[in-house]
Design a protein around this ligand. Structure first.
Ligand code: AMP
Ligand code: MG
Length: 536
């Protein structure tokens, strides 16, 4: 392992303070380096990023530079791309890959681990906040199995943009500091049809308080290593859930473990309720892709709902069973929590407290879902009747193929005394379906108009509430794809434009109508626009 520290670099990024608690406090694999192996009795392996040919900064998030305490001016220096392309380690960085397992598509998959993610270190900013910096696509690790540890530009653009878009939408997520082109090709068989081809490579530096996943707990549990499991739980509670700590009492008692599991259940419930609110489909909700602190993590073949469809999955690998379809995400999150509960069972005398946590998931999801219904429809509070009204709307949107984002955004413009379906003409994908569904929609709008006239919320407050819950701009799959195609031709401005627009998803942005239009017909069946392969 090497540390290279130019004077210039030291000056530039000198404000970064590292406090690498994960590597300091948890057991390491004694072997250093990327030799592929099964790693027992250790939660991570020390491994450095592999150098790349010519790192070039494509984009960065100014909010995230501020968050971790990097001076925005530093991003302009060529060294910045070297650091966040993995060529240079700063003083204080201690790179590692985490060891975890997971259930993939419902089946236990054994050891997975960070196969292409390498954490550089944990920074502490001036406010004392901890932000872990992790490169994705930084080269092989012991967990890379048969793969190359790299990432292609298209998937890196998607991860970079969506991380930031989700944050600005108010959805808990890992963040993205930078997107760096490596200058090296990466070979991928994008359609899994034997036509492997080189594509440009890239590296995203993602940022979060913690990258621990459900799968980090599942692996030691599956191996019967209760000591290691216990150490990880202790570490996670003390570092990532300080609000649960009672002064001077180490979190080792069953009651403390139970309170923690319950908090994980609550956070997961709120996370998934947000996904349902904004029309986000994760696409690969395997337990290794579930964050223990309730963030959206691992942006792969995710997608945004255009025409409302609870059956839709963007992931081609999942096309047959649709396990991870839009409408099933709440149930899958619950199932994933049952896997986590099962892993934690050795720390409990009986499963009663874990069951209580799972019950809390159901309650929290239900309560949050109702809050979101109230906000999306512009109601002071959501009654049983309102839930039914929303579900009947979902039925209409689905069968008439209506754009989710456009419909809800337009809904705040309804005149409750005289609702008019013409307001929604731009949200329909199929004219014939629109004509056929018009009477049902009109009836629904009349019901809705009567409901909001009877509601306690004043009209102005209602519109404001709705416009904070129903975004105008989301990262539609085809928009990301257009930016990707431009970037692959050497033009990064599409990425910059999207990043800028998505910083204010709830504001009407004059001159930016092109970013809030429904999916064009050409994008309906095109790769990258409706269906995505896992190849990344
Ligand atoms: P995912 O479905 O993207 O969450 O990936 C599942 C597992 O495969 C994780 O352990 C990843 O680190 C690993 N993986 C995915 N792509 C690569 C790659 N190109 N090189 C090495 N490991 C990878
Ligand atoms: Mg993953």
């Amino acid at each position: 392992m090497w540390v290279l520290c130019h004077m210039e670099l030291r000056d530039m990024l000198q404000s970064l303070q590292f406090d690498n608690s994960f590597v300091r406090r948890l057991p390491a694999d004694p072997e250093v380096g990327a030799r592929r192996r099964q790693v027992h009795k250790a939660l991570y392996s020390r491994v450095a990023p592999t150098q790349v040919k010519s790192p070039r900064l494509i984009a960065y998030s100014r909010e995230v530079t501020a968050l971790v305490g990097i001076d925005e001016a530093d991003t302009a220096a060529p060294h910045f791309a070297h650091v966040f392309g993995g060529n240079v380690l700063l003083d204080g960085m201690q790179p590692y890959a985490a060891n975890y397992g997971g259930h993939q598509f419902g089946h236990w998959a054994g050891q997975l681990g960070d196969g292409r993610a390498i954490t550089l270190g944990e920074t502490l900013n001036a406010q004392g906040e901890r932000w872990e910096l992790q490169l994705k696509g930084a080269g092989p690790t012991p967990y890379s199995r048969t793969a190359d540890g790299r990432a292609v530009l298209r998937s890196s653009i998607r991860e970079f943009l969506c991380s930031e878009a989700m944050h600005h939408l108010g959805v808990p997520t890992t963040r993205a500091l930078s997107l760096v082109a490596t200058g090296e090709p990466v070979v991928r068989d994008m359609f899994y049809d034997g036509r492997a081809a080189p594509e440009p490579g890239a590296i995203v530096c993602r940022v979060a308080p913690s990258f621990i996943r459900f799968g980090n707990f599942e692996l030691p549990a599956a191996r019967g290593d209760t000591d290691l499991l216990r150490q990880l739980v202790y570490f996670t509670i003390t570092r990532d859930f300080p609000e649960l700590l009672i002064d001077g009492v180490p979190p080792i008692a069953e009651a403390q473990h139970a309170a923690w599991f319950m908090t994980v259940c609550e956070r997961t419930a709120r996370l998934v309720a947000h996904w349902m609110r904004v029309g986000f489909v994760h696409g690969v909700m395997n337990t290794d892709n579930m964050s223990i602190i309730g963030l959206t993590i691992d942006y792969g073949p995710y997608g945004w709902v255009d025409n409302f469809d609870l059956e839709w999955t963007p992931n081609t690998t999942d096309a047959e069973n649709r396990r991870y379809r839009f409408g099933q995400q709440p149930q899958i999150a619950y199932w994933n929590l049952t896997r986590l509960a099962n892993a934690l069972l050795p720390l409990f005398a009986t499963d009663a407290l874990l069951q209580a946590g799972l019950e809390k998931y159901v309650q929290t999801f239900d309560a949050t879902y109702r809050e979101h219904i109230a906000a999306k429809l512009g109601l002071a509070k959501c009654s049983e009747d309102d839930v039914e009204m929303m579900h009947s709307l979902y039925g209409l949107l689905q069968s008439a193929e209506v754009d989710m984002t456009l419909f809800f955004r337009a809904l705040s413009g309804v005149n409750p005394a005289a609702p008019d379906l013409a307001l929604f003409a731009h949200a329909f994908y199929d004219e014939r379906k629109r004509t056929a569904a018009a009477p049902d929609f009109t009836a629904w709008l009349c019901r809705y108009g009567a409901r909001i006239q009877a509601d306690a919320l004043a009209p102005d407050a209602r519109v404001t509430r709705m416009q904070r819950a129903n975004p105008r701009y989301v990262l539609r799959n085809y928009l990301a794809q257009l930016a990707i195609e431009r970037a692959e031709q050497g033009d990064d401005t599409g990425v910059h434009e999207l990043l800028e627009v998505l910083r204010r998803p709830y504001d009407d942005q004059p001159g930016r109508d092109a970013f809030s239009e429904r999916r064009p017909d050409w994008a309906r069946e095109r790769a990258g626009c409706s269906m995505l392969s896992c190849s990344s």
